[in-house]
Structure formats: structure tokens, C-alpha cells
Design a protein around this ligand. Structure first.
Ligand code: NAD
Ligand code: WQD
Length: 337
């Protein structure tokens, strides 16, 4: 298939492009590089040993998107492009709604105009808000506590409306839990700007000596060791689910909403320990106050993904940490290394 990958130069996108090409698909990457480096594309080209077709453009631009459809016959779109920093979204809601919501509607409109009606959308476990129980099933109530999460919910709803208006659309909403790790080669991985917001890149930067210590946000949650529990999922497992979704998309006759997680939760302190084991380095930490908006426990019931996509996550936390560490060690300054 020929797949347009918006945000294909980013963290999850770059790993997905590798797996798509390895599975024999053609890829067109569309990215404005607002949170990505062109070096990531060069590294992907090295892994797959071929040139990648890249169009530099913004999903908010009808003209830039139309140029892609003028030149390529696209079978399906995987839509990663978006902004993802929760805290920043609280400070800059306009930018988040403009980029994530308006940008997505422009993309869908251009797709429809060009009779391309198959889309896989990057949603997030954040749409479950503070779940009443775990593991989390796809039919749990949704809510959002910040503009980022609301932008994901809005796009989900928009896509449901699109389907109601035209049932020729094939729509898959993938709700990711906590993506971590990196490609085995250690040449592509997560490259956050400035101080990382997320746990794993912060741990990795502490292990490599870039940060003095990790602040553990709260040790008084109702969890076995008091620290927050999350469902960490290897980015390559996540990428694999996208390949499976794209290959099965033509069979779907309703909007598919699918959790992508491992089904297992690990606490902050368990992740620190796993990373120390993988890296052979110490990860100093201090207990700090809870972070606003955090919940105690979040992990998926991933059985629907198995049933519908034939997908299960196969990589455990040790492998997530080993691969994340290889990337961090080989690229202490990310793609600038
Ligand atoms: P990322 O920032 O690494 O990748 C996003 C890519 O989109 C970047 O390459 C960026 O340059 C590009 N982009 C952003 N706005 C654009 C625009 N207007 N036009 C064109 N390109 C644009 O993020 P990621 O971690 O790879 O996440 C990919 C998607 O998955 C995002 O939609 C994110 O919200 C979602 N998601 C991520 C996580 C996570 O923890 N990483 C969890 C759940 C969902
Ligand atoms: C994990 C755990 C923190 C940093 C976020 C987004 C979510 C999704 C994934 C996009 C929590 C603790 C963290 C630190 C810490 N992204 N922590 N010290 O909050 O589960 O989810 O990323 O869709 O929308 O909200 O992930 O990695 O930030 O935190 O103790 O320096 O680590 O309190 O328990 P989170 P995270």
C-alpha cells in the first residue's frame, strides 16, 4: 500500500516508517519539522537502506497537502502530526486546538476531496481521564483535563461524525498508553526539546549524567510502592500495531477504537530499577510533590487489539530500557549528537 505518514519524522512516526517499509509498503512522510529533525529521516534511510519520500509541509495548509495528493495515489493515512506537551497545552490552548484539531480537519477534508478515506489516528490513553478502575477497556467513559487531551477527544469525535456522514470512511482510533524505548540500532529514538516532561527520557538523561537526579512526583498514591503506575509500551511494538492496522483497514465497517498497551503496569520506582539494571548506571532520585493532573494508576486491557489486529506487545520493560539506553548512550545530545 502507499501510506501517507503525517508527523513521520517524529518519535513514533519514524519507527513506524521503518516497519512500514520493511513490510513492503510505500511511504510518503509529511512533516513540518516543528518537533523533529531531518536527521531522523536520514537515520531511517540508513536502517531501511532506501530513500524516503519526504514532503515538508503543515497539515493546516490545504495547498501543501493537496500537492501530495496531486503527485501520489495514497491508499491510507497514518496521522501522527500534532503537538503533545500537556503542560504547554494548558498555557497555549489556541496553538493546540489550531494545530491538533484544525490541522486534522484540514487533513480529513483534503483526503475526502481526493477520495482517500482510510485513516489511522494517534489518540491517547489520556482520553480516559482518571479511570474508575483498571485495566482500562475501550468502552470506559472518556474525559479530558487539559487542552491536549481535549484535542484528542475532539478529533476522535470529528472522525465519528465523518463516518456518520459517509460510511465509506475506514477509521481506526489508536489509543496509546506510554510509548518508550527505541529502535534496536540505537540510531533513532525519542529526542525531547529541553527538559523532558516524560519519565523515561528523564531517567535516561539522569543515567547518562545530563540531569543530577530524577524527581519522583509523589510517593503517597494508592499503589503498591506509592508511586504512579503506568503501562509502558515499546515504540517498536506500537509501530508494529500501525502496520497491522493499515493492512487490515479495508475490512473495517465501523469506527474502530483500539487500546495499545501491554496490559501490565509498572511504578516509577520499578522503572528506575529496570533502567539501572539495563544501563549499569545509578539513577539518583528524590521524592517530590505530586504533579498536578497526574493519576495513580493507568494500564490497558489490550485484548481487543489482539482480537481485531492480531497484535500483542512482545517487548518487556527490560528490553524497553536496554533499547532506550542504547539510543541515549549513542546520542547523548539526541539528533544533534
Ligand atoms: P513527536 O512530536 O515526536 O511527533 C509529531 C510529529 O508531528 C513531529 O515530527 C512534528 O514535527 C510533526 N508535526 C506537528 N505539528 C505538525 C503540523 N501542523 N504539520 C505537520 N507536521 C506536524 O510526537 P510522537 O511522540 O511521535 O507522537 C505522535 C502522535 O502520537 C502525536 O499525535 C501524539 O499526540 C500522539 N501520542 C503520543 C504519545 C507519547 O507519549 N509520545 C502518547 C499518546 C499519543
Ligand atoms: C509517568 C509517571 C509521573 C516524570 C503523559 C501524557 C499522556 C501521554 C503519555 C500523550 C507518572 C511520573 C514523570 C518525572 C515522575 N502522552 N514522573 N517524574 O503522565 O502517564 O502521560 O505521556 O498522549 O497524555 O500525560 O507520562 O511519562 O509524564 O509520567 O515521577 O520527571 O512518571 O508522575 O506517574 P503520563 P509521564
Amino acid at each position: 500500500m502507499k501510506v501517507l505518514v503525517t508527523g513521520g519524522a517524529g518519535y513514533i512516526g519514524s519507527h513506524t516508517v521503518v516497519l512500514l517499509i520493511e513490510a513492503g509498503h510505500e511511504v510518503v512522510v509529511f512533516d513540518n519539522f516543528c518537533n523533529a529533525s531531518k536527521e531522523s529521516i536520514r537515520r531511517v534511510e540508513k536502517i531501511v537502506n532506501q530513500k524516503i519520500t519526504v514532503v515538508e509541509g503543515d497539515i493546516r495548509s490545504r495547498e501543501e497537502l493537496q500537492k501530495v495528493f496531486d503527485v501520489h495515489t495514497i491508499d491510507a493515512v497514518i496521522h501522527f502530526a500534532g503537538l503533545k506537551a500537556v503542560g504547554e497545552s494548558v498555557e497555549k490552548p489556541f496553538i493546540y486546538y489550531d494545530n491538533n484539531v484544525h490541522g486534522s480537519t484540514v487533513l480529513f477534508e483534503v483526503m475526502a476531496k481526493n477520495a482517500c478515506k482510510s485513516i489511522i489516528f494517534s489518540s491517547s490513553a489520556t482520553v480516559y481521564g482518571d479511570p474508575h478502575t483498571t485495566p482500562i477497556l475501550e468502552n470506559f467513559p472518556t474525559s479530558a483535563t487539559n487542552p491536549y487531551g481535549r484535542s484528542k477527544l475532539m478529533v476522535e469525535e470529528i472522525l465519528r461524525d465523518v463516518y456518520v456522514s459517509d460510511s465509506e470512511w475506514k477509521i481506526v482510533l489508536l489509543r496509546y498508553f506510554n510509548p518508550v524505548g527505541a529502535h534496536k540500532s540505537g540510531t533513532i529514538g525519542e529526542d525531547p526539546n529541553g527538559i523532558p516532561n516524560n519519565l523515561m527520557p528523564f531517567i535516561a538523561q539522569t543515567a547518562v549524567g545530563k540531569r543530577e537526579y530524577l524527581s519522583v512526583f509523589g510517593d503517597d498514591y494508592d499503589t503498591p510502592d506509592g508511586t504512579g503506575v503506568r503501562d509502558y509500551i515499546h515504540v517498536v511494538d506500537l509501530a508494529d500495531a500501525h502496520v497491522k492496522a493499515v493492512e487490515k483497514i479495508s475490512n473495517f465497517n465501523e469506527v474502530m477504537t483500539i487500546n495499545l498497551g501491554t496490559g501490565k503496569g509498572y511504578s516509577v520506582l520499578e522503572m528506575v530499577k529496570a533502567f539501572e539494571k539495563a544501563s549499569g548506571r545509578r539513577v539518583p532520585y528524590k521524592i517530590a510533590p505530586r504533579r498536578a493532573g497526574d493519576i495513580a494508576t493507568c494500564f490497558a486491557d489490550p485484548s481487543y487489539a489482539k482480537e481485531i489486529l492480531g497484535w500483542v506487545a512482545t517487548r518487556g520493560v527490560d528490553e524497553m530500557c536496554e533499547d532506550g539506553w542504547r539510543w541515549q548512550m549513542s546520542n547523548p545530545m539526541g539528533y544533534k549528537s
